[in-house]
Design a protein around this ligand. Structure first.
Ligand SMILES: [Zn+2]
Length: 604
């Protein structure tokens, strides 16, 4: 009898909690009445909770950027009250937590001011022409409210229009998210914008551009239409019905961030018109679009669910970022948005960068992934770390060629990503073991040793061997097959930038001549062989010297005059080129075709 009663009580309370949760939502007003001062007033209304105090948090990072950010620093004038207007006491218990007292069975209303002037971080930016709001930097959550629907009402100047990957509500400035997680992964762009729409494979797409610049939006729409069609070469199915490309054409901001069914791409306003600039724009769009599957649909275990209060560790971020960089070219090549020559230029640049990246002997891509949260660029970073994007790209390339070879071209790295999508979609996640299992599943071979060598190890890459599989070779000459006549120039390993007093050293490549001579960053070079570097430029001056010659560099180190003797080395004078082999055989041509989706380039 007791047991029966107990069960009944549980059933009734479950019924009521479901009743509440079916309709329960967090109502958010974001009032942007003083955009010129980058300010917004935020009001949040929460449902009743049976707790005597509630911790409300703002995230300490935002999705897509694996770094902690001081988001809570932009919050002022916080207050809490109940639905009758009674003020509730509160205190901050850590940098991003506001603890509100006496909340038992009350509807809580929070209000606070947000300062939004972080354009380049793609978190929050408000000015007199627009607002970009990534809600992780604007809207607070509690552990109870995180799973509830969120309804956002923007109060913005009359002439503004609002856009987001979220569904709109009762008016064009109202958006509905099914959970807090969806809200923070669906930024809102509101303001005076250019807006385009198109439809491909019954999916709706939008292009929203804020700012003026030298872009040709008709061309962007045309090419984005081609781009989004190419995903079928990697994944079966779309994880969205609507997708929004948001573009900021501005100054002082560059980069892009992926979101669940949208992306925000920032570029200098005049970096759209030349072929090189345009190619870089469309490549970024491809990168972010690949993320719609890779990381927004399947994610390494350490990132599921997101912990918004601390670092989310994973040794697989190289697969999240580097593989996305690798797969972006699959979309670009297959859609003819990039020529094979342009692809070869990219590969050559990546190989050259790898060869001048001493950090590849100090850190594996797995270690770099885990430490992404504390990674820093600069001289030490270049000499002793790897980048999950650049080296993750190369690891993905190696893996792709290994799979193509082992399966006699019947499977590729694209199949790995489709299987991750089919088998490990959210709310599931994947671990290294799952990737290894998929690799074994499609090749029939064990990948433990390969993984240890290439992902957890720091083994060098034989690019000559790699390229030859696809009928390609490297050349430093002006003409095809000019490798033997490689011309060289002297090399110090120094990178410098002009400074009031001379040339300030910005980096010294590890094991280069300048490194062995003891030179370091922030040394200020003033003379070579006793003569002042009048033009604050070193390259032209070095043309007068030959490899193996020694030069004396005079420089200041913390205001003290010093000299160093540097024995010059040599590097190829011309940029590395990748070219099709003149005598590529049918096997190599077939390999190229399966790899890129396009025909082996004809001899010119
Ligand atoms: Zn990315």
């Amino acid at each position: 009898m007791f047991n029966y009663k107990f069960k009944l009580i549980i059933a009734i309370s479950l019924f009521f909690s479901q009743l509440i949760s079916a309709n329960a939502s967090v109502k958010i007003n974001i009032n942007i009445e003083q955009p010129e001062h980058h300010l917004a007033l935020v009001e949040l209304k929460f449902e009743r909770v049976n707790k005597n105090h509630i911790n409300f948090h703002l995230p300490t990072w935002r999705t897509g950027r694996y770094q902690t950010l001081n988001l809570a620093n932009g919050i002022r004038e916080f207050s809490a009250k109940d639905s009758y207007g009674n003020v509730l006491s509160w205190e901050k218990t850590d940098k991003s937590t506001w603890q509100v007292q006496d909340t038992e069975n009350k509807k809580i209303i929070l209000s606070y001011q947000v300062y939004a002037n972080q354009l380049a971080k793609r978190t929050r930016h408000i000015d007199d022409s627009h607002a970009f709001l990534d809600s992780s930097s604007v809207v607070m959550y509690s552990n109870v409210s995180r799973g509830l629907a969120h309804e956002v009402q923007l109060i913005v100047p009359n002439e503004w229009r609002s856009f987001s990957g979220l569904e709109t509500g009762a008016n064009e400035h109202q958006f509905i998210a099914s959970t807090y997680d969806q809200l923070v992964d669906s930024p809102i762009e509101t303001g005076i914008n250019e807006h385009h729409q198109f439809s491909v494979d019954s999916r709706q797409y939008e292009l929203v551009i804020w700012g003026e610049g030298n872009f040709d939006s008709a061309k962007m729409v045309k090419d984005l239409q081609i781009l989004v069609k190419q995903s079928k070469h990697i994944w079966q199915g779309y994880p969205f019905k609507r997708y929004v490309f948001m573009v900021h054409a501005t100054s002082g901001a560059r980069g892009a961030t992926e979101h669940v069914n949208s992306t925000i791409i920032q570029r200098s306003r005049f970096k759209f018109s030349t072929r090189k600039d345009y190619l870089s724009f469309i490549a970024v769009a491809a990168h972010e679009f690949v993320h719609t599957w890779n990381v927004k649909q399947y994610r390494p275990q350490g990132l599921v669910p997101y912990d918004y209060q601390q670092e989310n560790y994973s040794s697989l971020l190289w697969l999240v970022e580097g593989s996305t960089s690798y797969l972006q070219y699959q979309l670009l090549l297959r859609g003819n948005l990039m020529t094979t020559d342009e692809f070869f230029t990219t590969l050559a640049k990546r190989i050259t960068a790898h060869r001048h990246k001493p950090g590849t002997t100090s850190q594996s891509v797995a270690q770099a992934s885990f430490d992404a949260w504390i990674s820093e660029g600069g001289d030490y970073g270049n000499n002793h770390s790897v980048n999950i994007y650049a080296e993750g790209f190369l690891a993905s390339w190696l893996l792709d060629f290994d799979i193509l070879t082992k399966t006699a071209l019947s499977k590729s790295y694209r199949n790995v990503h489709n299987l991750l999508y089919q088998q490990h979609r959210l709310p599931k996640s994947y671990q290294e073991e799952d990737v290894l299992n998929i690799l074994e599943q499609i090749t029939g071979e064990d990948y433990q040793a390969w993984w240890q060598e290439n992902i957890e190890g720091t083994t060098g890459i034989d690019f000559r061997l790699l390229l030859a599989q696809a009928g390609l070779e490297m050349s430093y000459g002006k003409n095809i097959n000019d490798e033997s006549s490689t011309k060289s120039k002297v090399w110090t390993g120094l990178k410098t930038k002009p400074n009031t007093h001379g040339l300030s050293v910005s980096s010294v490549e590890k094991n280069s001549p300048a490194w062995h001579a003891g030179m370091t960053t922030d040394d200020i070079i003033i003379a070579i062989d006793g003569l002042r570097l009048a033009n604050k430029e070193i390259e032209n001056r070095l043309k007068d010297f030959k490899p193996k010659q020694s030069i004396t560099i005079t420089y200041f180190r913390r205001d003290k005059l010093r000299t160093a003797t540097v024995q010059l080395a040599e590097i190829p004078k011309n940029k590395l080129k990748i070219i099709p082999m003149a005598k590529a055989n049918e096997k190599q041509k077939a390999f190229f075709k399966v790899w890129t989706g396009v025909d082996f380039p004809q001899k010119k």
